[in-house]
Design a binder for this molecule. Sequence first.
Ligand SMILES: Cc1cc2nc3c(=O)[nH]c(=O)nc-3n(C[C@H](O)[C@H](O)[C@H](O)COP(=O)(O)O)c2cc1C
Length: 766
Amino acid sequence: MDRLTYSTLRVRRQGSVLFARIHRPEAGNAINATLVHELDDVLTRAARAQHTTVVVLEGLPEVFCFGADFGVISDAVRTGRDTSFDPEPMFELFRRMAYADVLTVAHVRGKTNAGGVGLVAACDVVIADESATFSLSELLFGLIPAVVLPYLIRRTGFQRAHYLAATTQTIDARHAHEWGLVDALGTPSEALLKRHLQRLGRLSKKGVARYKAYLRELSPLTEHTKDVALATNRRVFGDPDNVRAIRRYTEEGVFPWETATRDATAAPPSQPSPPPQPSPSETTVEPQHQRPAAPPRPPALSPRALGSPHFRAAHGVDYAYAAGAMYKGIASVDLVIALGNAGMLGFFGTGGLPLDEIDDAITRIRKELDPGRAFGMNLLNSPDDPDLEDRTVELYLRHGVRSVEASAYLRPTLPLVRYRLAGLRTDAEGRLRQDHHIVAKVSRTEVAEHFLRPAPEPLVRRLLDDGLITPEQAGLGARLPLAQDLCVEADSAGHTDGGNAYVLMPAMRALRDRVTREQGYSEENGVRVGAAGGIGTPEAALAALTLGADFLVTGSINQCTVEAGTSDEVKDLLQGLGVHDTEYAPAGDMFEVGARVQAVRKSTFFPARAQKLYELYLRHDSLDDLDARTRATLENKYFKRSLDEVWEETRAHLARRSPARLAEVERSPKQKMAHVFRWYFVHSTRLALRGAEPRVDHQIHCGPALGAFNTWVRGTELEPWRGRRVDVIAERLLRATAALLSERMAAYGALAAGGTPSSSDTTTAE
Ligand SMILES: Cc1cc2nc3c(=O)[nH]c(=O)nc-3n(C[C@H](O)[C@H](O)[C@H](O)COP(=O)(O)O)c2cc1C
């Protein structure tokens, strides 16, 4: 149990006590289905565990829990999905907190609202510090805290619970203590908690279990209460007026009784704080239709609202955010799982891995990812080894992989088209279903156009003839773009054309619009244009969104995280990188054609040595042409072995992989030289992945986005890479981007209204 990982909780054990911290900072620690499921899982395991007697539920310092996640409901409305959410798991969770065979302790700091109050009220013991506040905001939206009230009434009595629900009043920790919602109050609450745990920790499992069983009998929660609570909850959440009110609030920051958006005072990411009201000891209660006086503030956008809802729906994610593949499993299984569980898309880095390792990776991802969560795989064009691409697609079809990131394609290939078309079908109601989604990485418009158009007819015919797709799939494919997501890659890590996002994005979007008109694609079946390259700060992410990006893709910043599958030595170096510490160098896999990658230049000679090798290749026709000094430099400094030894190793490899290719290479001294030089690229990658000496030869693909990120997080807990979890940095980035966007909108709104725009100088990563 000690090492359980959850996406919405941070769980740790200390002796017989299990601490579960709600961790959804991007959503005000709001309750979603995953949180309910995960918390329930923690309690179930704790109740069963032999030595666990106490579960402490905590939140963030500023917010314990803000109630149901309105963002999810609003997203569901926008994307036409079912908005009704099943209240039963939440009811059962509260019941488990109150009655399971462990003692539950709520440690409350900051705000608690709506369902969060239910979590607190259901606990056996509630400890709070003076920053804690409590409110039930449901009635503001026509909702009823139906699942919360049975537990709240047990603590405060009927009238006080009724008062809180009806007035939507916020009460402070002192009042909550007086009313029985909080059992012990003190600041700092950690000391208070510690004292309580010292006592509770001494209790035996058997004693606790018997005691809780007795409480179940003494003060049972009847099935009637449950039925009424669930029916009421379903009725209010199923009411279209309420759903509309929630959506209007989340998207425009407007309360139901308001008509304009300009004076919205508060729009937190989940449920709203009820408007400020007098303390309960005062007698006047402001009428709800009156807007409380407060400085005008823009509605704070939810990070989930960024980008395209169609992207989120197609890939089954909560955020229009993806982490691009990084070869040889640098975009690792752990990285993909962490992002998937956080509602984002991670593409596993298949480049350079044998098929059985890719197979294992998918199996592990499938096993360890939470049910219903998304993941993707890289699909690389491999013109030198078409069979590999073929077998990779076979594997993806077998595993039911739903999203692939298609890289290095100049034009569509048979396996790629097969993957796309094999995922098309019509369901029982005659609606089109697309089970396979291609995110096509492109940096040139002529390549993009191939993906924007339907799959080429000759390839479709071949697939039909070979019986690899059905006539229905061929017909459906003719009406749809080959890829529904175009990821426009500007100056970035790894292979790149060094493009400029300001130039590429408008050009690609114009192309997309033209092809969409020509093909007559509907909005739902149209192509989304995403942005990759250079995204490492909120400013960059916002710039990409302003350029029209429907989704964001990062790369470099993810290589310097706990989950990345590279060496600690590389991460140590990466965390200190600045924006000028990368440069372009020849690419090993496309050495002869002069393709280039962007790589780290700080503390490594790789870019300079790779460049030197490429120049030698251009100047000479054979290894025999190299003068003695050059040869000695290569052997002593670059290769640390003789060129003959390098050739022997290369020859043995080619003999295993492709004897025909070996025969060809042996006939051409220039090709032989290229292969010997290419050995250096393979070798320098291996050194980096293993963190091995000599470090000056480490080949580390990276773009300047990481330097920008490093600057942004300086002085925060994200500065050392060991503090960087791939999902946390993504959430932090998106949250700051949403905040920045709100701020910019407010500044321009003020300008439009004839005022002076207020703008902050920098965004913070905290
Ligand atoms: C170490 C590293 C390895 C990469 N390997 C691949 C790869 O195998 N396939 C691929 O499509 N993109 C690869 N990329 C590119 C990323 O997926 C992503 O598109 C790019 O890094 C985004 O730009 P940024 O680095 O400026 O954030 C790699 C990037 C890095 C940093």
